[in-house]
Design a protein around this ligand. Structure first.
Ligand code: ACO
Length: 452
């Protein structure tokens, strides 16, 4: 099959959020720490009415309905998540409720887990399946969802929640480039969830940031080497990419990540080109990248050298991240949706973007997407983009909840999320039509859902 990639994309976010400026005051931290220091405006969160199953049911059903997808055309369905309600039963099997009643049960794929990387693992698996001898002509569905919550303290404002779903198949308007996927995998205890009774991770925040940035360096270098071969170009650099999208734990880290890629280019380009392109970095000629993770001077010079390219290639992809927070596995794909809604189909047509996926522990990859060259009305690219008109209204119509009430919701989740039997009590009034919500957990931990 030709041009295997993303045919359609869908997203959902919680119906309520906490304002980061109000949270700064409530947490008694210096004004600006969360809004400027992290670059976050709002953080979405779930009440006891939503869990990972309901989020994934909602987003999958919305995708099927919005695009009027005939279920007989789906041959694979898989999920990426790190929000585990069960150590054995996958979210994928819960989603089978959307298919089995109509007799569709021949669907390969299961859940992938490793921190924020599972969605990318699921995407790669599905792309591989369509390109393989196992393919039977049907399309694949990739679902990524998470609820990111932290205990009170410095990590809490970097939470979030949401889910995305993507339809994968041939002749796609968003084609995953072949032969360039580059990964870096390593053992580290930077962020992990060793306690099955808690929704909260165990985090070494500074280490996780360092792991993220060093994985980015490695993936970018490997991606560039592969891209030079695959695309037959002499010198791969940011100039060859129309946009660069990142997994976004918080927007400020993405700003630093783009600066990091400029530093990589500075180190990779011939010296005279590097010096004329990036004057603020001139005194760091010959710098060893692995020695610079905590070098404030290098960081500042890289930031100063990258403002223009950040504005042109990355800033607009941060809209959903800024408004919802870290959704974990869907975060990068929220970046993709933000990118798609920030440009017209004709501007997107023919462009190439790179995407960086990172999951602590750690697994990371960089890959690229080439948009089809036709963005005219009626083209698949135009159709995909015009289906995303619901994103901004969905962000705008959410309810703002006070930090006091948000803190209470999280305290209740902490106490109740593993209880059985349990009947949730939060209101369902704010939920959008089509949202699945938890109605009951019985004494055998079996969960039932209804739909608004
Ligand atoms: N106005 C403006 N900026 C401010 C203010 C203020 N009033 N106060 C602080 N800042 C800045 C700081 O200078 C700092 O900027 P810098 O990064 O340029 O130095 C930034 O805000 C953050 O402040 P820190 O003191 O570094 O933040 P803290 O250590 O409290 O927490 C951390 C940050 C470690 C990321 C924490 O939120 C965390 O553990 N989060 C979860 C883990 C995480 O998201 N890791 C990222 C990759 S892994 C993943 O995706 C889960």
């Amino acid at each position: 099959p030709k041009d295997v990639g993303i045919l359609a994309i869908e997203a959902i976010f919680p119906a309520q959020y906490v304002d980061q400026e109000q949270l700064e005051q409530f947490d008694n931290v210096s004004a600006g720490k969360y809004t400027k220091g992290f670059g976050q405006a709002k953080m979405g969160f779930c009440t006891d009415r939503e869990d990972i199953n309901s989020l994934c049911l909602t987003v999958t059903n919305n995708l099927l309905r919005r695009y009027k997808i005939d279920k007989s055309t789906i041959g694979r369905l898989e999920v990426g998540t790190e929000t585990l309600l069960d150590k054995s039963k996958s979210v994928k099997t819960v989603l089978m409720q959307l298919f089995e009643d109509e007799g569709y049960t021949d669907l390969e794929g299961i859940d992938s887990k490793n921190a924020c990387y599972g969605g990318t693992a699921a995407l790669f698996n599905s792309i591989n399946w369509v390109e393989s001898s196992a393919w039977d002509g049907r399309n694949a569905l990739v679902v990524a969802g998470d609820i990111a919550v932290y205990p009170r303290g410095s990590a809490r404002p970097t939470g979030g929640a949401g889910a995305i779903a993507m339809l994968i198949g041939p002749n796609a308007p968003l084609v995953l480039d072949r032969g360039v996927r580059a990964s870096h995998m390593q053992h580290s205890y930077d962020f992990y969830k060793p306690n099955p009774l808690s929704e909260y991770p165990t985090v070494d925040g500074q280490l996780s940031v360092r792991c993220y940035l060093s994985a980015l360096d490695k993936c970018y270098q490997r991606y560039c080497a592969k891209a030079e071969k695959a695309f037959g170009i002499k010198q791969m650099s940011l100039d060859q990419l129309d946009a660069v999208l990142f997994h976004s734990p918080f927007c400020k880290l993405v700003r630093k990540s783009l600066a990091r890629l400029v530093l990589n280019d500075f180190a990779r380009l011939p010296l005279d080109t590097a010096l004329s392109k990036y004057p603020p970095l001139s005194k760091f000629a010959g710098v060893k990248l692995e020695e610079t993770y905590s070098d404030r001077e290098v960081e500042k010079a890289s930031i100063d050298s990258s403002e223009e390219v950040f504005q042109a290639k990355t800033a607009k992809s941060l809209r959903i991240s800024n408004q919802v927070g870290n959704m974990y596995t869907p975060s990068l794909y929220g970046g993709l949706i933000s990118h798609l809604i920030s440009r017209s189909p004709s501007e997107l047509a023919g462009t190439r973007i790179a995407l960086f996926s990172f999951g602590s522990g750690l697994s990371s990859s960089m890959f690229s997407i080439k948009f089809s060259s036709d963005g005219s009305a009626g083209s698949p690219l135009h159709r995909l983009c015009s289906q995303l008109g619901f994103i901004n209204p969905m962000l705008e119509r959410r309810n703002r909840i006070s930090p006091e009430d948000y803190t209470k919701v999280l305290a209740d989740r902490e106490r109740d999320h593993k209880l059985a039997p349990y009947t949730p009590t939060a209101s369902i009034d704010a939920l959008l039509p089509g949202t699945y919500y938890l109605t009951h957990v019985d004494e055998m931990f079996r969960r039932t859902y209804a739909v608004v």
